[in-house]
Design a protein around this ligand. Structure first.
Ligand code: KG4
Ligand code: ZN
Length: 365
């Protein structure tokens, strides 16, 4: 089932002082096959040395879940089972490697939907067992953060990273590879969840983030004043349930008064309210922690208004701003491969008893 032809590994050479060629073949390249199945994307990728993506295959279930207005866990698990072998096969083929060329298998083992995670974990364990390959379990948020390493060769810890996705809103200080301090998190809805709920309320369907992003371009972000929540004594925490309720209240009151709703204005004003808070809290953390590097990650990090707002705020403060391409912001396995590489280099190995942990905390092993 998996490709039979074998990749020939190149012996690397480097010109050293004096013009002599230095044989670098002992510095072996590390090839990791990474698997991600924590939510509604079945994904596999081959990543070389943590930052060089040889393949990044994503089978999205969005069309299926759209019918229900959100992810249905049972359907997600079943679809992962159907797709996982195909996706891995394609990732190996595109990367022109076989299982024999690999040094390790990386897999997301939490947080996420337990049934969905189990499919990836079971698959990774099976390959690891059959091929006697080291198994490296990866935290999904660590994966999102590590997506930034792929296209930014200069990015090294320490830095601050804002992770904003459908399930998470975390402000993280990346002290070193695999060493994280959570500075703040959402107290209720994740940012992406708020985007999805507001999109549904204004009739845009699932997933709402990209649709609000698009519609907002036709709207006035100052048209409606939506709240920007602050948490007393926790300057880096977030709360998005208030802004979501304010949008719902606004829509209800328009309906009761028989007023027409300008959906583009609602989308733009809501988006601005969320982006203002995200940027403000991240900049507060930058000021408090020092450093000159800020990264964003997760599905919401592909939001165009958020990227512009961060680019501007960072420029004003002389901070270097990093963000992955949109395809590396939403769930993918390349980011898991990047994270797995640094864990692998630190000596992290999981046993064949590795289980899916739906509420895995960042920094736990
Ligand atoms: O990272 P991700 O693929 O999955 C999780 O780990 O949760 O993020 C998905 C979330 C969804 O809530 C989706 O609406 C949001 O990211 N999203 C966006 C945009 N693209 C995706 N939100 C705002 N603007 C976007 N352009
Ligand atoms: Zn994610």
């Amino acid at each position: 089932m998996f490709p039979l032809y074998k990749r020939r590994r190149m012996v690397q050479t480097q010109v050293v002082a004096g013009g002599m060629e230095n044989d670098m073949s002992e510095q072996k390249d590390i090839y990791i096959l990474a698997v991600e199945s924590s939510c509604d994307e079945t994904a596999a990728s081959v990543v070389k040395n943590g930052r060089h993506v040889l393949s990044n295959v994503i089978s999205s279930q969005i069309e299926l879940h759209k019918l229900y207005g959100g992810v249905v866990p049972e359907i997600a698990s079943r679809k992962h089972i159907e797709k996982i072998n195909q996706v891995i096969e394609e990732a190996l083929e595109q990367a022109e490697v076989t299982l024999e060329d690999l040094d390790a298998i990386g897999v997301t083992y939490g947080p996420g939907l337990v049934g969905a995670l189990l499919v990836g974990v079971a698959e990774a364990k099976a390959i690891s067992y059959a091929r006697k390959l080291p198994l490296v379990g990866v935290h999904h948020i660590e994966g999102h953060i590590s997506a930034n390493y792929i296209e930014n060769p200069d990015l090294e810890p320490p830095f601050i990273c804002l992770v904003v996705s459908g399930g998470h809103t975390h402000l993280v200080r990346v002290r070193d590879y695999g060493d994280y301090e959570i500075l703040g998190r959402t107290r209720d809805d994740a940012a992406g969840e708020a985007f999805d709920k507001v999109a549904r309320a204004i009739g845009l369907g699932y997933p709402g983030g990209p649709k609000i992003d698009k519609l907002s371009k036709e709207g006035n972000p100052e048209a409606i004043s939506f709240p920007r929540a602050k948490i007393a004594d926790s300057p880096y925490d977030f709360s998005f349930s208030g802004v979501k309720s304010a949008v719902l209240n606004y829509l209800n009151s328009c309906q009761m008064k028989g007023q027409a709703v300008n959906r583009a204005d609602v989308a733009a004003s809501f988006q601005k309210a969320v982006c203002d808070v995200l940027v403000e809290h991240a900049m507060l953390a930058m000021e408090a922690c020092g450093g000159d590097k800020l990264a964003i990650a997760g599905g919401v990090a592909s939001n165009s208004t958020l990227r512009e707002a961060f680019a501007k705020a960072c420029k004003e403060r002389g901070v270097r701003f990093y963000h992955p391409s949109p395809v590396l912001c939403t769930d993918n396995a390349a980011m898991i491969g990047a994270a797995a590489y640094y864990e692998y280099q630190k000596g992290v190995r999981h046993g064949w008893d590795l289980n899916a942990v739906p509420n895995l905390k960042l920094g736990e092993r």
